[in-house]
Write a protein that binds this ligand. Structure first.
Ligand code: AMP
Length: 487
């Protein structure tokens, strides 16, 4: 059996129906049981008034019910809004205020909650999901992904990734990070299995290795950072995880040390690199990192564009532009952002990624940093502007800006919050206050008080000078503040 994203229907394939579909952190569902639970979810949601084009919030953490619910939403034609339990309540409320879902489903208890009096269909029809990412104005922004884009992703996974029949995906990304859609849509379309690993298991090397071994996991899907963390653990090797034969990376720069280490630990495994912002449906390019590629390129390529889509470089500024069915329908209720980021070419949707890049004659794409203040920290996408806004809302803060500290290879290692205190006021327990508004990965590791934040000639906060101030550059320090205070 499998589930076809394009039609939203289960399709019989003749595969044994007792094969697992979802191995959740809590329980396992065979394809037969999975179908039964999806039908039940659809019936319950319909009885509560769910309709096509009316979004449903799904909240949980790696329960089998999460995959049941997202599949149920696809069957209903109701876009799902995935929210991990790690998302603070205040942020979840911001998301729900923007999307106005009729229902919220709690994956741990299996209970629905009604949030609106009556269904409010979205202006955009036929969406598969809405994924909220960090927004530079301080509000998360909703990326609207059409069913056609999700179906294209699923089709491409079957066509071009050289996956085994009925593949077993090892899911590591949280559901509110769109990388998890690779595992879910891949498992559905190809009639495979998805193994969901909760946060505790992911931190426990031997437990994770045992789980990969017990479940026969074949395809590891993560950011390079998530794999890198595992390298400290000697059990992260083919001898302990013999079925793991494909590593698929996305979400941030793939440092050559990751494939080099994997070659030693998993000599038979294929290593795939891919690239794509959430706005172009998870991933858009693909390349196998072979020994030849590693020898030829000190900075690894992110791949060639998928079929029926293309990438280009804007000659004006070197920005990567993406075109095709995979491009989102637009941001939820943000025509201002759509005007800035969306374009059309040859009748197809296009998206300005904000990434700088280089395209070789053979179609191989390379990433070369960002045009704006968006960063990646341990694989998480963060708009520094969103951290600025949360810092600025703290009592005792007059003005604030976050800076990203980087290693020599450019990878961000941590955030520092710089702020100008309000006269006579204390900032108090800023960590706790920020924790109520932001996910943990967005919280700076320290804050630095300055009498004034330096500005660029056109009046914007000068993050470069803030970095100089932070690292104790005396010339910059003398100019604005002889003794900045860290805490
Ligand atoms: P997200 O929307 O969270 O997937 O983040 C998308 C951003 O991550 C892209 O716009 C890039 O800046 C970065 N990114 C994703 N994949 C790669 C990659 N393979 N190499 C370099 N940067 C990447």
């Amino acid at each position: 059996m499998r589930f076809e994203t394009a039609s939203g229907l289960f399709v019989e394939t003749g595969h044994a129906p007792d094969r697992p579909a979802v191995i959740g952190a809590d329980r396992t569902l065979s394809w037969q049981a999975f179908r039964h639970e999806v039908d039940h979810f659809v019936a319950q949601a319909r009885a509560l008034g769910a309709e096509a084009d009316c979004p449903i919030t799904l909240c949980g953490h790696k329960e089998a019910a999460f995959v049941v619910a997202l599949t149920g939403c696809l069957a209903l034609g109701a876009p799902f809004l995935p929210i991990d339990i790690a998302v603070p309540l205040a942020r979840r409320r911001q998301i729900e205020q923007q999307a106005r879902p009729l229902l919220a489903y709690d994956c741990a208890s299996g209970q629905f909650r009604r949030l609106e009096e009556s269904p409010r269909p979205l202006a955009e029809k036929g969406l598969a999901y809405i994924l909220f990412t960090s927004g530079s104005t301080g509000q998360p922004k909703g990326v609207q992904i059409g069913r056609e884009s999700a179906a294209e992703l699923a089709r491409w996974l079957g066509e071009s990734f050289g996956l085994p029949p009925a593949p077993v995906f090892f899911n590591l990304a949280p559901f509110n990070f769109d990388l998890s859609m690779v595992d879910s849509f891949g498992m559905l379309e190809l009639g495979g299995t998805v193994v969901l690993n909760d946060a505790d298991t992911q931190q426990n090397g031997p437990a994770l290795a045992q789980r990969a071994c017990d479940t026969g996991a074949q395809i590891w899907v993560s950011t390079p950072s998530a794999a890198f963390q595992r390298f400290l653990d000697p059990e992260f090797c083919a001898a302990r995880m013999p079925d793991l034969t494909t590593f698929l990376f996305c979400g941030e720069v793939l440092p050559p040390a990751v494939p080099r280490t994997l070659r030693r630990r998993f000599p038979q495994a294929r290593i795939l690199n891919s690239y794509g912002p959430t706005e172009i449906t998870v991933i858009n390019t693909l390349v196998e990192i072979t020994d030849d590629i590693m020898a030829r390129y000190p900075v690894l390529p992110v791949g060639r564009s998928k079929p029926r889509a293309w990438v280009d470089i804007d000659p004006a500024n070197g920005e990567i532009l993406a075109f095709g069915e995979n491009v989102m329908r637009g941001y939820l209720n943000r025509p201002d952002l759509d005007a800035e980021k969306m374009l059309r070419r040859n009748g197809r949707r296009g998206f300005r990624t904000g990434d700088l890049g280089r395209l070789e004659a053979d179609g191989l794409l390379f990433c070369a940093g960002r045009l704006d203040d968006q960063i990646k920290l341990h694989g998480y996408r963060i708009e520094l502007g969103e951290v600025d806004a949360a810092l600025a809302r703290l009592p005792g803060v007059a003005q604030a800006a976050a800076i990203a500290l980087r290693k020599s290879d450019g990878a961000v290692i941590r955030l520092v919050g710089c702020y100008q205190p309000e006269t006579g006021m204390e900032i108090g327990d800023w960590r706790q206050a920020l924790g109520a508004a932001l996910p943990a990965y967005m919280i700076p590791s320290e804050v630095l008080a300055l009498p004034a934040l330096p500005l660029t000639p056109n009046g914007k906060i000068d993050r470069r000078r803030l970095l100089e101030l932070y690292s104790g550059n005396t010339r910059a320090c003398d100019a604005t503040n002889p003794s900045p205070a860290h805490s």
